[in-house]
Design a binder for this molecule. Structure first.
Ligand code: ATP
Length: 360
C-alpha cells in the first residue's frame, strides 16, 4: 500500500508560502496530477513527498506511516526531475542500471529489469549511447526508465516530458499512462500543461499560490469548476467568463448582451450571480436568417474565424461582449456575418462575488 496523505501541510521559504495548508490523499495505484501556473507550489509538494524538504507544519504519511522525520532513502520513492539529471559520463544503459547497482541488486536481476523497462520505453537500441548523443526525447525516456527500473513505493514525476515536441509528448503521455497501469503503482505527476493533466490523470489537484483550489477527476473539474480561477485554467479556448446582468426574460437559452455583460434566459439561474461562464463548445451558433421567432438564438456579429482543421474557433461580438465559440469541422461562417447564439441553460456556469461557483 502506498497511498500518500498530506494533512494540513505548510512549507515556507523565509516569508514565501510555497505550500499553504495542503490536505489531500493520493490513493494507492492512482495516477494523480498537480496542475497550476508557475510558482504555484507543484515542485515543492513533490520535494516534500520525496523528503528533500521538511514541512513547517502538518503531517505527511506514505502507506499509512508518518514520514516527516524519515530520510528520502527510507521513503523509497523514485523521482524523475524536470532537468532529468542523467549522469553525462555514463552510457544510457549505466544510467538506467545505476539505482539497482547502488542497491547491490544481483546482476541477473539487473539485466532482467533493465531489459523489461527498456522494452516498455522502446529504448533498447540507444542504451549504448551517452546522454550527449541522445535527442531530448530519448534523454527523457532514459530518465524515466531509470526511475521505473526500481521497485519503489511510488513514482514522482516533475514535468517529465515538457522538453519533447508536441507529437512525441502526446505519444509519451499515452505510454506513461499505460506503463503506470501495468505497474500498478502510485504515480504523482506535475505538469503546467492543462491538456496533459486532463488526459493523463485519474484525479488531479489544482493549485494557486501554494493553495489547493480543487481536487477531482479531470472531467468532474472541467464540468463543475469550483471557481472562475479553476474554470479559466482548463479548456482551450478557455471558458468565456462575462459579467452578468439581469435579463428581460426571453426564450430559454438565449444569450442577451449589454455593455460588455451578458444574461442568459434561464429559469434556474441563481439570483446572486456576478459572472456567467460559457464553455466555447457549449455555445450554439447558427446563421441569423435561420432564426425563427420562437428560437432562443439572439444576434451576434462574427468578429474572427480561426479554422483549425477538425474544429473552428469563432470569436463573436454580442454588444460589447466578446465570446469564443468552438464549432465542429469547418462551417461556412465569415467575419462580419450576423449569427444567432444560444446555450443550453444546464450548461451555463454561474459565479458569485469572489469568483466561487454558485449552485442552482
Ligand atoms: N529553494 C527555494 N528557496 C526559496 N524559495 C523557493 C525555493 N523553492 C521554491 N521556492 C518558492 O516557492 C514557491 C513555489 O515554487 P515551486 O517551485 O514549488 O512552484 P512550481 O509550481 O513547481 O513552479 P514551476 O511550474 O515554475 O516549476 C515559489 O514562489 C518559489 O519561488
Amino acid at each position: 500500500m502506498a497511498d500518500i496523505v498530506f494533512r494540513n501541510v505548510t512549507k515556507r521559504y523565509s516569508t514565501m508560502l510555497a505550500v499553504d495548508d495542503a490536505s489531500f490523499t493520493v490513493n494507492d495505484n492512482e495516477f494523480f496530477c498537480f496542475f497550476g501556473p508557475p510558482l504555484s507550489g507543484k515542485s515543492t509538494i513533490l520535494r516534500l513527498v520525496l523528503g528533500l524538504e521538511t514541512p513547517d507544519a502538518g503531517e505527511i504519511l506514505i502507506g499509512g506511516k508518518p514520514v516527516n522525520t524519515v530520510s528520502p532513502a527510507e521513503r523509497n520513492v523514485a523521482m524523475v526531475f524536470q532537468n532529468l539529471a542523467l549522469f553525462p559520463h555514463m552510457s544510457a544503459l549505466d544510467n538506467v542500471r545505476f539505482p539497482l547497482v547502488e542497491r547491490r541488486v544481483a546482476e541477473v536481476d539487473i539485466k532482467r529489469r533493465v531489459a523489461d523497462v527498456a522494452a516498455k520505453l522502446h529504448i533498447g537500441h540507444i542504451l549504448h549511447k551517452p546522454p550527449a548523443l541522445l535527442s531530448g526525447g530519448e534523454r527523457q525516456r532514459v530518465a524515466i526508465a531509470r526511475a521505473l527500473v526500481r521497485d519503489p513505493n511510488a513514482y514522482l514525476m516533475d514535468d517529465p516530458i515538457s522538453a519533447l515536441d508536441a507529437r512525441l509528448r502526446e505519444e509519451t503521455r499515452v505510454e506513461l499512462k499505460r506503463i503506470q497501469r501495468e505497474l500498478g503503482k502510485t504515480l504523482i505527476y506535475v505538469t503546467h500543461d492543462q491538456e496533459e493533466a486532463m488526459s493523463i490523470a485519474d484525479r488531479m489537484a489544482i493549485l494557486e499560490s501554494g493553495r489547493i483550489r480543487q481536487i477531482g477527476a479531470p472531467a468532474e473539474i472541467y464540468d463543475r469548476p469550483a471557481s472562475t480561477y479553476v474554470a479559466r485554467l482548463l479548456g482551450s479556448p478557455v471558458m468565456n467568463i462575462l459579467k452578468s446582468v439581469q435579463g428581460e426574460g426571453g426564450i430559454e437559452g438565449g444569450i442577451e448582451a449589454a455593455e460588455g455583460a451578458i444574461s442568459i434566459a434561464d429559469r434556474t439561474a441563481p439570483a446572486d450571480a456576478v459572472e456567467i461562464g460559457l464553455r466555447p463548445e457549449d455555445i450554439k451558433v447558427r446563421p441569423w436568417s435561420d432564426t425563427e421567432k420562437e428560437s432562443p438564438g439572439r444576434p451576434a456579429r462574427v468578429f474572427e474565424v480561426e479554422p483549425l482543421g477538425g474544429y473552428t474557433v469563432v470569436t463573436l461580438a454580442a454588444g460589447q461582449a466578446r465570446l469564443k465559440a468552438l464549432l465542429r469541422g469547418q462551417p461556412d461562417i465569415r467575419p462580419d456575418a450576423m449569427v444567432a447564439i444560444s446555450c443550453e441553460p444546464a450548461r451555463v456556469h454561474y459565479f458569485g462575488q469572489g469568483g466561487g461557483a454558485l449552485a442552482r
